[in-house]
Design a protein around this ligand. Structure first.
Ligand code: 4NP
Length: 158
């Protein structure tokens, strides 16, 4: 059975497209390309159609992670199209909860922090948009931690 996963942040130009790109590499490395489908979206549509933030792209590409996503806004149909919808922070989580049309949809919403294993001090993925280079590096460190947990769970379904 295919697992369809949507990562969601605010603008869909920093955190969630980086999560998607990092997860795509892991999916390829684990030989799961036939069974996992990935995408990302933002709760705010103001950057729709844009490529990811160049600062995020540079930081990700320096780690060997190519980012090609074009931003889009999350929509109600996404709750039909995806099995897991993973929010980067509590604001995204709450926005998704408001958009979800029913109880089944609510149960598809997760927080990325629930997949962190090695960063006990972080309960969300911080928005790097107004931060310096370190902010983007921190995002990538956190994403690497959570995506590693996620791929292990996909490999060994509970
Ligand atoms: P993201 O970062 O949610 O990780 O894509 C942001 C991108 C754009 C804005 C805020 C956060 N913005 O205010 O335009």
């Amino acid at each position: 059975m295919k697992q369809r996963i949507l990562f969601v942040c605010l603008g869909n130009i920093c955190r969630s497209p980086a999560a998607e790109a990092m997860m795509q590499l892991l999916v390829e490395r684990y030989g799961l390309t036939d069974s996992v489908i990935l995408d990302s979206a933002g709760t705010y549509g103001g950057h729709s159609g844009e490529r990811s933030d160049p600062r995020m792209r540079r930081a990700a590409e320096a780690r060997g992670i190519p980012m090609t996503h074009r931003a889009r806004q999350v929509k109600e149909e996404d709750f039909d199209r995806f099995d897991m919808i993973i929010a980067m922070d509590d604001n995204n989580y709450e926005a998704l909860f408001r958009l979800a049309p029913n109880r089944d949809a609510h149960q598809k919403i997760y927080r990325f922090r629930d997949f962190l294993r090695h960063h006990p001090n972080w309960s969300y993925i911080p928005d790097p948009y107004y931060e310096g280079h370190e902010g983007f590096e921190l995002v990538l460190d956190l994403l690497e931690d959570g995506c590693t947990t996620l791929i292990e769970e996909l490999k060994q379904p509970r």
